[in-house]
Design a protein around this ligand. Structure first.
Ligand code: URA
Length: 248
């Protein structure tokens, strides 16, 4: 038996799967595989080398780093700590290790949000010069004219300056798919307000290469290794837009 590396239950506990006891039960229940084989209790792993899966989902990228994808419901605040005591996004994912949201969605916006303790990736993703695409579905009041759509595409004048060109398509009357690179406060809502079509419902459906139409509101999962890698590539100016293999 491999006597090097870290004990599997310790690794899983650090990644947020529960106490070591709970993680031992996961292993005993044969829900954990290492490099495709069901793991035995006492198994040691090298998180950089070994491929660990729980219930078929790959876990862990680098020791101690976790990356969650959350489908944020409305009414939940994007912060690690709300002084007013409102429900927060961090309460929807495991509380250990401590993580923080990458960027923000308004309280009344739904959809994909990444939470991580990976400071480098978070910095890259939120840095304006790296410009990772974010795609939204916006249900708006009324039916925007071609001129309004063109305006949204070319850039609208907001009180903090003109918006950069955006990709905007009418999916159906009153429903827009809007893709932006910037991350200004309430940007999509303010853009739609500016062309006379206030947003009624806003859903973020993609962050760079990351999509997950099957994640239910309030649900979360770990990003796969490939997904984290693809985010790193996209946020350092690489190609994006192709959904990576979720390794499931
Ligand atoms: N644009 C908005 O208006 N709100 C969000 O939450 C995200 C983008």
């Amino acid at each position: 038996m491999n006597t090097e590396g870290e004990r599997l239950q310790k690794v899983l506990a650090r990644l947020g799967f529960g106490s070591r006891r709970v993680c031992e039960d996961l292993i005993a229940d044969e829900r954990v595989t290492v490099n495709g084989d069901i793991a035995a209790l006492g198994r040691r792993v090298d998180v950089d080398q070994d491929r660990v899966e729980v219930d078929g989902a790959v876990v862990g990228v680098r020791p101690g780093l976790v990356h969650y994808l959350l489908n944020k419901p409305t009414g939940v605040i994007t912060t690690a700590d709300d002084p007013q005591g409102r429900p927060t996004v961090v309460e929807l994912v495991p509380d250990q290790p401590r993580i923080f949201p990458v960027g923000r969605l308004d309280g009344d916006t739904e959809g994909l949000l990444i939470l991580t303790n990976d400071g480098d990736l978070a910095h890259q993703l939120t840095h304006p010069s790296f410009g990772v695409e974010k795609e939204y579905l916006a249900h708006v009041d009324g039916v925007p004219s071609r001129a309004a759509l063109r305006n949204l595409r070319e850039g609208v004048e907001l009180d903090d300056g003109r918006t950069a060109p955006a990709r905007v398509t009418a999916v159906e009357p009153g429903l827009l798919r809007i893709t932006i690179h910037e991350g200004r406060n309430r940007q999509v809502r303010r853009m739609c307000d500016a062309v006379g079509h206030p947003v009624r419902r806003l859903i973020r459906t993609r962050i760079g290469p990351i999509v997950d139409p099957r994640l239910p509101p309030g649900g979360w999962r770990e990003l796969s290794r490939d997904e984290v890698r693809s985010l790193e590539v996209a946020s350092s100016g690489g190609r994006e837009g192709e959904a990576p293999d979720r390794e499931r």
